[in-house]
Design a binder for this molecule. Structure first.
Ligand code: ZN
Length: 61
């Protein structure tokens, strides 16, 4: 009985109201910005880990 497996939630996670009741263009813009921030921090994390691996593999001169 998993209720968290819904692909599209009925409620808007930004304003907390039903998606069908009003226009959520502004909400989706906010959500996109949040995802962009998450993605940027994720990419920065990946880049930092890669850099660490490279520094570990290459012996210091
Ligand atoms: Zn909304």
């Amino acid at each position: 009985m998993a209720t968290h497996s819904l692909d599209l939630p009925v409620m808007c996670d930004i304003c907390g109201k039903a998606r069908s009741t009003r226009n959520h263009a502004n909400c989706s813009r906010i959500r996109q910005q949040r995802k962009n921030v998450e993605w940027q921090s994720y990419m920065a994390n990946v880049a930092a880990k890669k850099l660490q691996q490279i520094q570990c593999l290459q012996p210091r001169r």
